[in-house]
Design a binder for this molecule. Sequence first.
Ligand code: PLP
Length: 451
Amino acid sequence: MVDTRLEPTTTAPVGAAPASSPEPWPDRSVIPAVWSRITNLEIERGEGSWLITRSGERYLDYSSGIGVTNTGHAHPRVAAAIAAQAAKLIHGQQNIVYHEPGLRLHERLRHVLPGDGWGAFLSNSGAEAIEAAVKLARIATGRPVVIGFRGGYHGRTAQTMALTTAKDVYRGHFEPLPGSIYHTAYPYCYRAAGGSHDPAACTCDWEAQLDLTFHQLIYPEHVAAILIEPVLGEGGYIVPPPGFLPRLREITRQHGIMLIADEVQTGYGRTGRFFAVEHWAVEPDILVMAKGIASGLPLSGLLAKRDLIEAWPPGTHGGTYGGNVVSCAAANATLDVIEDEHLVENAAARGAQFLAGLRGLARTHPAIGDVRGLGLMLALEFIEPGSGDGRTPNPNLAKRVLAEALDRRLIILSAGTYANVVRIIPPLVTTAAEVDLAISILDESLTAAGA
Ligand SMILES: Cc1ncc(COP(=O)(O)O)c(C=O)c1O
């Protein structure tokens, strides 16, 4: 079995974190079952790419808490910023006072996207920031409709459930959902109707489908926004063909429709650029961010041109905790770490290393139907070789691979409408040695799972 003993990712000591209480922990049944769960690990602490259990076992966390711990677990600089801020002020409500971490963060966020004139609005979760983006687009355009993509995931509040179609479980029990929402086809080259093809030579008919949407369902001049994940996340880590986003930008401009980029999962360096839209030099009207922005403290937000944000009438949106001062301190430290440790560059380099390793695994494991990824957002799609048209989804195999990897102390996740995709989301601080280790663990796990 692969040896998982590697040095922690971060060089600085994590500090004298107090050991957990010697008292037995309360029974797990206190946590409601609605939190579906992929491990039963009891975690004491985290360091860099690693989670450490109460009994001291180290797990390589390539879930990053669903794409959140980009700077690694408990990065010493982020932890210190949180501790220092919490000792001074924990809540400085945005409608009532100004605080320095918030002002600094808003100021810095003006410059994280190329081009001038950006402004930020802060909230707490990804779903909440999507809600804000939809409200902003509606109020700015005076139009009611929002179009999303089939396979997209945007959250679990009522509005974001209505926009989400990654899987039935996210919305199926909750009709009626908010209206004036339509969905159109995302280019999924591996599962294209005419057969799989290379995204570079895409023949998916997404543009014809969008045109049909405009002719069958809704006038384009009634559409406030089109909401897009630049790389589909929960829907299966699907990297779109190169011409897709630039062409979508052209079409939205032609019709005066705002383009909202949901970069909740793809943002903050994850794909090897600070934001994924930069891979295609596409400028959205609104960009939504969350997850990695405060290294695990609840914080989300949107970026939009300042004239758009300034035209948002006071009181039409807000929330008690938006732009929380401790979260803003964590977010400022997160930006410092991303810059000083060159994490975007590391994501690109480690991503290329990982993708090459996964392609190597696909040569010896025939149940891997597709390997894809951008930066450190990587996936294997599992099929039943020889069945149907050769692309029959194999969710049971994906499940077995996750279990075998967990037995070998590697935490990875599933994704995709049929749950037959294994997604790998390492922290951006991960090292070349850790990536090599993960590839060997995956190789063993695939063999053990019968892939
Ligand atoms: C692309 C995308 N948008 C929105 C969300 C919702 O974010 P949150 O869970 O913070 O509400 C997620 C969460 O996974 C996501 O991946």
